[in-house]
Design a binder for this molecule. Structure first.
Ligand code: ADP
Ligand code: MG
Length: 274
């Protein structure tokens, strides 16, 4: 199982949209995917249309108890109605984790520890972490738990400042010893508006610096993509033949191509026709 944090400390850049739709498109390609919602705002949970039972007020469905106690993360894995896709949802109580974890000595490596049994269980090919828009504990513990980090970047000038920052934080995590192996998996340009020169200039600038780390697939700005969370639907269900669905399907294929080497026996295992 490969753990990929989807991160950028800026809000509104397409982290959650990419978490949902890349997960769904990889599941569609037959990969076994776990999406973990680590943002207390729970946008990935609601955007995917996951409804949490409310008949038991004491029940908790998020990683809150695994992170601050000794409840196994596996207990919080829920299937979704989408084949091959499971989720660990978020709830508001995760906001408390931020404060409670910060008090502990091992907060940077806490999520790493919590996810270790999930790695061993070998039920998933990819685990995506949808992270909150801040540089708080939930974000840094996510980076420290990741094998790789996928950075969504909005095609705006102010997006570039944020990029330098997140890349710097990833380096700090590596240098801290909490996770010497993580690094940037890729950068995906989001909300691209082909009618503006600015979007093109920003994309060119990012490619000039980050070269092949930047995905060829660019996610277009699309009304259908923007409205799909309000229907609780991934874009391939909300607008199956539209530009947003095409883009995220293309991103999933490009992602797999990056992660597939000829020596990797896991790649042929779970075809979409399974
Ligand atoms: P983040 O998780 O980084 O805060 P989101 O994925 O939630 O960002 O996106 C922020 C807002 O922009 C949401 O309302 C989302 O529906 C919308 N959005 C995301 N990607 C696109 C896109 N490609 N085109 C149009 N709207 C988008
Ligand atoms: Mg989000």
């Amino acid at each position: 199982m490969k753990i990929i944090a989807i991160a950028n400390q800026k809000g509104g850049v397409g982290k959650t949209t990419t978490s949902i739709n890349l997960s769904v498109c990889l599941a569609e390609l037959g990969k076994r995917v776990l999406l973990i919602d680590l943002d207390p705002q729970a946008n990935a949970t609601s955007g995917l249309g996951v409804e949490l039972p409310d008949d038991d007020e004491d029940a908790s469905f998020s990683l809150y108890h695994p992170l601050i106690g000794d409840v196994p993360a596996l207990d919080k894995v829920m299937p979704t109605r989408i084949e091959n896709l499971s989720i660990i949802p978020s709830e508001m109580n995760l906001a408390g984790t931020e404060i409670e974890l910060a008090r502990t000595d091992n907060h940077l490596t806490r999520l790493q520890e919590v996810l270790a049994p999930l790695r061993e269980a070998d039920q998933f090919d990819y685990c995506f972490l949808d992270t909150p828009p801040s540089l708080g504990v939930l974000m840094t513990t996510s980076l420290a738990a990741s094998d790789e980090v996928l950075i969504p970047l909005q095609c705006e000038w102010f997006g570039l400042e944020g990029l330098a920052k997140i890349v710097g934080v990833i380096e700090q995590i590596r240098d801290s010893g909490a996770n010497p192996n993580t690094g940037v998996e890729g950068i995906v340009m989001t909300m691209f508006d082909s009618r503006t020169n600015l979007a093109r200039q920003v994309t060119d600038e990012v490619r000039a610096h980050f070269e092949e780390q930047v995905y060829n697939t660019v996610i277009p700005r699309s009304i259908r993509l923007g409205e799909s969370p309000s229907f609780g639907l991934p874009i391939i269900e909300h607008d199956p033949r539209g530009p947003g669905a095409n883009a995220y399907r293309s991103l999933a294929k490009e992602f797999l191509a990056r992660h597939t080497t000829t020596s990797d026996p896991s790649t042929e295992e779970h075809s979409a026709t399974d």
